[in-house]
Design a protein around this ligand. Structure first.
Ligand code: NAI
Length: 432
């Protein structure tokens, strides 16, 4: 009998298991594949390693070996940390058989609490021909790293644009087919628009408002754009149109917590409709991001330890590791206005930022959105070098509801990208 059983060894499950065990609970973690989940093994980490290493004439076997070195180093570290904390790692797929029981590898296990952190898997849209050889999801593309002359990507979301950058940097002719009117439709408008302009400058073909009608052998993608029909031949077709919760087959018999569009429904404390059963991460929906899952995992662990959870409810930053990088946190000006919040927005264009010019400046900006009356920071949207690092300062400010005046108090060093933050604050509340 454990105090906590965690199902799924991705960032959320590992964070929860580690913190609960460090706090003194007896914990078992069930993971049939590799510890680290999608993020470490088939997602964020390999993609970022590829973005770092890909370039013209790149040596693909060496790059694949470097990705494997990074991933396996992190994975070994993660496993060591879990074992050192006393977490029992059980390498089987677990099925929840009751409010306090799971079955895995032919054995039954019991726990006071069960946490489902089962993650997500690529979702395929209803496009005919997706079973054609050469059509892959991100799992397939990342597990067989090789040069491609021509890569077609269905879906211009986060996975689509990041992997477009990898293969484009390595010299492939890349085409993105996005159904929505702009790339990255879930992010602030100008982020997707700026990225599309930059990608086009870098030689990537971008079709927004594209209607993919099918994939034929070749593979060749048939699509329509502004009333015209096109046929695009490629060495590989990447389908990156979103992910769905990996909750299928997780519950035995008629034991089924409430679901909403396949996602587990939870309350403000990540409890499902079965009181001893918690759920976090991609399996509950919202932003499907490693750091969201981690924050939620720590929250549940703290709750079970009887501590006041410190994390898990703050605004979740979103980062896109393209060139330039994109990042956002909190509300956009459009979202604030739609909620009837009076806002003041300030924008600093990075054309005059010394560090940007020194580093070969691509287009970029920092946008900040404030409450017009309280002057508290509501949100930030960044398109620039190091956006994914700069966003942490702004996530702190949004979380603590810092005001424009408070944001101007620290002296930001020169020459840095961060100076743009001071300028954007001043642009939101000009002196005259
Ligand atoms: P996504 O939801 O970000 O993007 C999917 C895109 O495909 C959308 O723009 C959508 O309009 C488009 N689409 C849907 N059906 C289509 C169709 N039939 N034809 C053409 N376009 C179509 O999903 P994505 O990129 O698959 O990523 C999955 C999840 O993984 C995301 O929720 C994301 O948060 C996460 N992720 C995060 C990363 C990061 O934080 N840097 C990196 C990669 C993934």
């Amino acid at each position: 009998m454990y105090e906590l059983i965690v199902i799924g060894g991705g960032p959320g499950g590992c964070a929860a298991a580690l913190r609960a065990a460090q706090g003194g609970l007896s914990v078992a973690l069930f993971e049939p594949r590799q510890v680290g989940g999608t993020c470490l093994n088939r997602g964020c980490v390999p993609t970022k390693a590829l973005l770092h290493g890909a370039g013209p004439g790149c040596d693909w076997p060496a790059l694949a070996a470097e990705v494997e070195r990074v991933v396996s180093t992190l994975r070994a570290g993660q496993e060591k940390q879990l074992r050192a904390a006393g977490v029992e790692l059980i390498p089987y797929r677990a099925v929840v058989t009751g409010p306090h029981t799971v079955e895995a590898g032919g054995a039954a296990y019991e726990a006071a609490h069960i946490l489902v952190a089962a993650g997500s898997e690529p979702a395929l849209p209803p496009i005919p021909g997706l079973d054609t050889p050469g059509v892959v999801t991100s799992d397939g593309l990342l597990s067989d790293l090789r040069p491609l002359d021509r890569l077609a990507i269905i879906g211009g979301g986060v996975i689509g644009v990041e992997l477009a950058c990898v293969w484009a940097a390595a010299g492939a002719r890349v085409t993105i087919l996005e159904a929505a009117p702009r790339l990255l439709p879930t992010l602030e408008r100008e982020l997707g628009q700026s990225l599309a302009a930059q990608l086009r400058q870098d030689g990537v073909e971008v079709f927004t408002g594209a209607g993919v009608t099918g994939v034929a052998p070749g593979p060749a993608v048939a699509f329509t754009h502004r009333g015209e029909a096109y046929r695009l031949e490629a060495d590989a077709v990447l389908v990156a149109t979103g992910r769905r919760p990996a909750t299928g087959g997780l519950f035995a018999g008629d034991l089924l917590p409430e679901l909403e569009r396949g996602f587990l429904r939870v309350d403000g404390q990540f409890r499902t409709s079965i009181p001893s059963l918690y759920a976090i991460g991609d399996a509950i929906g919202g932003a499907m991001l490693a750091h969201k899952a981690e924050a939620e995992g720590r929250f549940v662990a703290d709750l079970l330890l009887g501590r006041t959870p410190l994390r898990g409810v703050a605004p979740i930053p979103a980062c896109v590791y393209t060139s330039p990088e994109l990042a956002q946190v909190g509300l956009t000006a459009d979202e604030a206005r739609a909620r009837g919040i009076p806002c003041a927005a300030g924008k600093c264009v990075l054309g005059g930022n010394a560090r940007t010019l020194i580093e070969g400046g691509k287009r970029g900006f920092v946008k900040l959105v404030f409450h017009r009356e309280s002057r508290a920071l509501l949100g930030a949207q960044l398109c620039c070098y190091r956006a994914t690092d700069l966003i942490s300062e702004l996530a702190l400010a949004v979380t603590l509801e810092l005001t424009a005046e408070q944001l101007l108090r620290p002296v930001r060093p020169h020459p840095t990208f961060g100076e743009a933050i001071s300028e954007a604050v001043e642009a939101a509340f000009p002196l005259s």
